[in-house]
Design a protein around this ligand. Structure first.
Ligand code: NAP
Length: 343
């Protein structure tokens, strides 16, 4: 065993309603020695994502939930500290689905799940957790492949100031659409319109949503990029145009629900307006990620995609930081900085 300490969070309880700090168990363990073929990754950034909440619950979902007592699963950007695998050298920067801990050993048969980041880095490392990471790719394929926006159409995006929504909105602008974002504060509304170029933004916590949508979308809604579900989806359904498309990306308004979630109440509009609603998962697009990397990279270089990262310092703060995804107390991509970036 190495002498260093590996701090980690394990799942202690399946949360009921909102996540609590006590749903996680903090442990310190020695860093195990590497076997032949294995790679030791030091976590630099831990990505906090709404799907973490789903993984904590034993509900039907797209991958097995984290078991009680297991290290909490998380997307990590890290650096190879040690390698007994000829495909990885110390200093290589990688990303992958690892865990809430300082160090992860990746076994030889799992190393294919690691993505090697470019060297030298063409963008700040945090960009690979945001627009050039899973959330940016989700925005790209959900909007373009499922939403199929055309120039002149109106695109509405919920959770628009978040990691996925902020990128989806900017891509819709690049495609020549009128873009309306829905988010939870006036400050975030201003960020969307003044910094990211959205045409309008609605604070769903203070506005009457149906009348605000009527005002912001005078020609109706052609594409609704749904990150939220619930009452926002219902309000949008009353304004959709004939043959509208709804990429169903996420349902964050229901992730903490303790009772079955009713609705959508305006479901009939899907029939009346011949709307195509399609759920999608970024996992299904893994063979095509290079398309997104090329386009988004170019748009960042041209200043057409801007991004924000909210960085919480210290692995010890990860459980409470996760709440920011649900109370909206952040802008852009939420990350925990676990250790220093290599110089
Ligand atoms: N399909 C896929 O493959 C895929 C991949 C990644 C993410 N997703 C989904 O995409 C959505 C956005 O993910 P993200 O990583 O970009 O998260 P995020 O938007 O960065 O963070 C979540 C945001 O949701 C908003 N929110 C929270 N509770 C809400 C509620 N009850 N009603 C309305 N808004 C609420 C909050 O902002 P406000 O201030 O606006 O309230 C919060 O900042 C999530 O539903 C996630 O599960 C899907």
């Amino acid at each position: 065993m190495k002498t260093g300490i590996n701090r980690q969070f394990r799942l202690a309880n399946r949360p009921v309603g909102d996540i609590k700090e006590s749903d996680f168990e903090y442990r310190e363990e020695p860093i195990p020695n590497l076997a032949e073929g294995e790679v030791l990754i030091r976590t630099i950034y831990l990505s906090l994502d709404p799907t973490n909440r789903l993984w904590m619950s034993d509900i039907p979902q797209y991958m097995p939930p984290v078991e009680i007592g297991q290290i909490m699963r998380g997307i990590v950007i890290g650096v190879v500290e040690e390698s007994k695998n000829s495909n990885f050298q110390p200093g290589d920067l990688v990303s992958g689905g690892l865990g809430w801990q300082d160090y992860t050993i990746v076994k030889e048969n799992n190393t294919l799940s690691l993505t090697r980041l470019p060297n030298p880095l063409p963008y700040p490392l945090t960009a690979f957790a945001g627009p050039l990471g899973m959330t940016g790719f989700t925005a790209y394929f959900g909007l373009l492949d499922i939403g199929q926006p055309k120039a002149g159409e109106t695109v509405v995006i919920s959770a628009a100031s978040g990691a996925v929504g902020s990128v989806a909105g900017q891509i819709a602008k690049i495609k020549g659409c009128r873009v309306v974002g829905i988010t939870g504060s006036d400050e975030k509304c201003r960020w969307l319109t003044e910094e990211l170029g959205f045409d309008a933004a609605i604070n769903y916590k203070t506005a009457d949503l149906e009348s605000a949508l009527a005002e912001s979308c005078p020609n109706g809604i052609d594409v609704y990029f749904d990150n939220v579900g619930g009452s926002i989806l219902d309000a949008v359904l009353m304004k959709v145009n004939l043959n509208a498309r709804i990429p169903l990306c996420g349902l964050i308004s229901a992730y903490n629900a303790t009772e079955p979630v009713p609705g959508p109440y305006n479901y009939s509009q899907i029939l009346m307006k011949r709307v195509r609603v399609q759920g999608f998962l970024i996992l299904d697009y893994f063979p095509r990620l290079s398309e997104a990397i090329t386009d988004i990279g170019q748009w960042i270089n041209q200043g057409q995609i801007k991004y924000a990262v909210e960085i919480v310092e210290g692995l010890e703060n990860a459980p409470l930081a996760l709440l920011k995804l649900f109370d909206g107390n952040k802008k852009g991509k939420l990350l925990v900085k676990v250790s220093e970036e290599p110089t």
